[in-house]
Ligand binder design. Structure first.
Ligand SMILES: C[S@@+](CC[C@H](N)C(=O)[O-])C[C@H]1O[C@@H](n2cnc3c(N)ncnc32)[C@H](O)[C@@H]1O
Length: 273
């Protein structure tokens, strides 16, 4: 068995495994940006394949997509052109000349009107220091009154519920004529406050199985509110849906909810100082 990150190393496979044919995530983000009157400059952090960044670009925004994965960035530039794609770590970045974003080339705006961070990318901040680094970076990258729009798993869902835990779930897909099967198991690491995932991929092309390990911060809604407030943000929305990956999914015209009980969490916050 080899280990690696098959999905971030193969962005096309990522899009096949997590399709978003109606571009719900990008449309939902654009809806949030419009509702609160965000200006045009947007930074999409953990932009992955660039599908959402490109949607925001087509909506008329000036978008920078940032990710750690070179493979994702190369794919995004080729398949989802429009935004500028740069390599940056969401836990510590800067729009200034010395920062990792600017170091890759000229960005466009010195500051952004909004930061978006979709599909749990924010939860790659595993520690409190990571979260502080992320929010401090957002703060120095946003213009006054700038917005943070994020969508992620909800740590509160796992309080008293184990339906998603400890039991392997299987998924199959065919990509480029090869049949892939993945078996995913989630478990909670209470000490680190992480949701850990083990995913084993097998393929019918004779290649060795690949084991992929990943983890997300188990972030509770009130904890997130506290971090945001401490970094100068006012929380405008914090709810479990409707959103692009909630059940039922968000549709145009839906109003934001008020509960934070289901397994997705959506936040819109404004930088106030
Ligand atoms: C679950 S994917 C989400 C991608 C995209 N936002 C979407 O909704 O399709 C998470 C992305 O975060 C990126 N990522 C993980 N850790 C990161 C970090 N520390 N800084 C920047 N990007 C990171 C991964 O490379 C991956 O592309």
């Amino acid at each position: 068995m080899t280990s690696g990150n098959l999905l971030t190393d193969n962005p096309e496979l990522y899009e096949a495994r997590f399709p978003d044919p109606d571009l719900l995530a990008g449309r939902w983000a654009e809806d949030c940006l419009r509702r609160y009157g965000a200006g045009p400059g947007v930074l999409d952090l953990g932009c992955g394949t660039g599908r959402d960044a490109a949607h925001l670009h087509r909506a008329g925004r000036s978008v920078v997509g940032a990710d750690l994965s070179e493979a994702m960035l190369a794919y995004a530039g080729e398949r989802h052109p429009g935004p500028r794609y740069v390599r940056a770590d969401l836990r510590d970045f800067s729009p200034g000349p010395a920062g990792p974003i600017r170091s890759v080339g000229p960005v466009g705006p010195d500051v952004f009107d909004a930061v978006v961070c979709l599909d749990s990318a924010l939860l790659y901040c595993h520690t409190n220091d990571d979260l502080d680094g992320f929010l401090a970076s957002c703060r120095r990258s946003l213009s006054p009154g700038g917005l943070l729009v994020a969508e992620m798993r909800n740590g509160a869902y796992f309080l008293g519920r184990d339906d998603l835990l400890n039991t392997p779930t299987d998924n199959s897909l065919t990509w480029q004529g090869v049949s892939y099967r993945s078996t995913t198991t989630l478990h909670i690491d209470r000490t680190a406050q992480l949701l850990r995932r083990t995913r084993v991929w097998t393929a019918d092309d004779g290649s060795a199985p690949v084991e992929q390990r990943s983890a997300w911060r188990l972030l509770l809604p009130q904890e997130l509110r506290h971090f945001l407030t401490a970094h100068g943000f006012a929380v405008l929305e914090l709810h479990d849906g409707p959103g692009p990956r909630s059940e039922p999914p968000w549709q145009e015209g839906d109003v934001p909810g008020t509960a934070a009980d289901a397994d997705r969490l959506h936040v819109v916050a404004r930088l106030t100082d």
